[in-house]
Design a protein around this ligand. Sequence first.
Ligand code: 8YV
Length: 329
Amino acid sequence: MPDKKKPLVVVTRKLPDPIETRMMELFDTRLNADDTPMSHDELVEAVATADVLVPTVTDRIDRGVIDAAGPRLKLIASFGTGVDHIDHKAARERGITVTNTPGVLTEDTADMTMALILAVARRLTEGERLVRSGEWKGWGPTTMLGARLSGKRLGILGMGRIGSALARRARAFGMSIHYHNRRRVHPDLENELEATYWESLDQMLARMDVVSINCPHTPATFHLLSERRLKLMRPSCFIVNTARGEVIDEGALTRLLIQGNIGGAGLDVFEHEPAVNPKLLKLDNVVLLPHMGSATMEGRIDMGEKVIINIKTFVDGHAPPDRVIETLL
Ligand code: 8YV
């Protein structure tokens, strides 16, 4: 007999085994063993009876899903930091708390961002493709030349946790740090990073060698890098995105890359994931990854533990630590 006091927790995707096991011990947990993403109808069905929903970035928790929630659903404990897949207004109206898992994927995502910057500037994947193709004719003094990172300017769009962690790494590679953010960061952090603040994103974009997107996707950042802004970038500039595809106008970026108005791109996220603009696939100066910025085993376990802590504190009657406050979005 299931313990009636345990909350019914529906997990939409397969999580690491230790997390699923602990959830099974603590809650009346419904797992998704074969990891097939749930359809809209399946999500609607799940929220009708669940006390807690644990979605991921691949689940669209829109107003339709939230309106279908039964009276028991009081918590959406998302597995991930970004929360743009959830309609927060609809959740608030229904009195549903939303939590996420910030902080634990900072270092992994910053590592991947640095890896993408290196990969684009030094033509890593292009070189690898050449060797694998069997077409490599041997070393040449003017072949496979990339761009030196040391001494170059990195413009970080969004100086939050991941932006700052990226800045620390980039400094170790000899890059100088520039940033644009909704708010200027604390002087201590600015001093530590020797970072230059740009109130005007346009002004910053026009002067950078590399631009990295590290801000969340919100209504205010949708297509923040519009065609007009992308055109401000220097033709040699590289752009990397490990945040959300929607922040860049992917169509405009693709056109500008093809026209040679942008030097290269490293993209871990896409506007219409998992679809990728087919024209991007043909470009050599583009490195494409399948949204794996935070994909380490350690990170996934830390994320799962955060989800568990959020659920446990909530069902024990306390405010969960990682509540998403709508006004901060
Ligand atoms: C996660 C991410 O893997 O946390 C985020 O915001 O983009 C990813 O790195 C994903 O969201 C898990 O739901």
